[in-house]
Design a binder for this molecule. Sequence first.
Ligand code: PLP
Length: 478
Amino acid sequence: MMDNLTRATIHLMARRTNTQLSETHWRVLEYAYAYYKQNRVGPLYRNIERHANVARNILNQIFPRGLYSVYGWLNIPIHSSDDIPCKPAVNIRVEDYQEVFLDHNATTYLRKEVRVALHDFLDDQNSFANPSSSSTSAQKIYRLIEQSRRRVARCLGVNSQEIVFTSGGSESINLAIKGSALNYLSCPGHIITSVTEHSAVLASVSFLEKLGFNVTYLPVDTDGRVNPQRLIEEIRPNTQLVAIMAANNEIGVINPLAEIGAICRNAGIPLMVDAVQAFAKIPLYPRAWGISFLALSGHKLYGPKGIGALYIADGQSLMPLIHGGEQEGGRRAGTENVLGILGLGLAAKLAQREMLVESERLTRLRNYLLQRLQAIEPDLIVNGSLLHRLPNNLNVGFPGIDSGSLLLSLDRIGIAVSVGSACHAGGDETSHVIRALGIDTDHYGIVRFSLGLQTTESDLNYLLRYLPKILSDLRNIK
Ligand code: PLP
């Protein structure tokens, strides 16, 4: 039985949100309350559907914020605590516990060579010098920065003067999009991007919409790729920028950049490419492909976090977003993040050197994982093109499984993967990328496995050993 305080809170919340409490509201709330008391976690949509007989779409209609309101009004925690996960998870303990990191599209660790190099640099008592000063130690630091710039430039086959260091992928993207739009503030025109871009792109163009720019969001095909023909159709006389990502962070799908670049070049429109996921994983040819701006980030390639770079093709004009000193050729003020720059330069050099071999190794491992997953789960779906995909990415849908619950269960045996969001109530915050593919997320729990430098077949076998039990236990959670 629900206590009086909870009832009073519900009435209060209903008044605040202008919600007329009906018998259906109470049925959901009573059930969710009892479920929480028994399980110490809130129910998922499908539990409510099955046991309180209220469908997900009805629940979302009658509560102002869907399952969030149900949780909020009943004071059910949405986020995990150490011992109580935000969603039902399988109670599993294993003898051979291992830490297996399968989330390299989210971020990567500092690789050993970079760690050692940065350590050595910090141990040098002159390493604190400001590269803009004229002392001998400062000049040495300046030369190290320029060496890193050349290393990054070499990966792209461009001049080192075309590389600007920033604080990461997000800043590089903001600089390219807003910096070039600032040239048109007096006559805001048209920008084309795609629906599956990273939020750094989507939020930047949406900000520009508020300043009077028009934005077209290209759809993607069912394989997750932008169709170049659609781009041609959407170009207008006043199109000022096209922003299309090289490879998607969730599904790893690679866009046809050579074709997109050729279209932009022929139309005389700058093309900005978010290559945060693709850089040093697949070959990129900004010059040949007609790319004007290309963003990359250190922490996706075993370099430090908080460092990135933007390629700005010679002749492209762009207003700085950070004003001050003349660092980075006047395109990004501020005393340089020397440690980050050195780490990025070395990480880029190493990644470039081993790209082909590592790409083949990862493709083999990824295909092995897929094959074994399909044997465990014949109705598994693969999200996005397998053919045009980063070698290390596998994004799949498990039928009848809540992805947050799967993530939390895997975490209990030391395996890190990604889902849209583990702890959004009921998983109703579906990723915009998965939605763009038209996937039925009521039916499929979406999980991204992303492999990396240290991933071995034995890591995957550890996952595959326990996955069948986890899936079957999750299906049995009432
Ligand atoms: N673009 C893509 C495709 C990404 O995956 C990310 C990071 O997740 C970013 C941009 C943002 O990069 P950063 O974390 O370096 O700001």
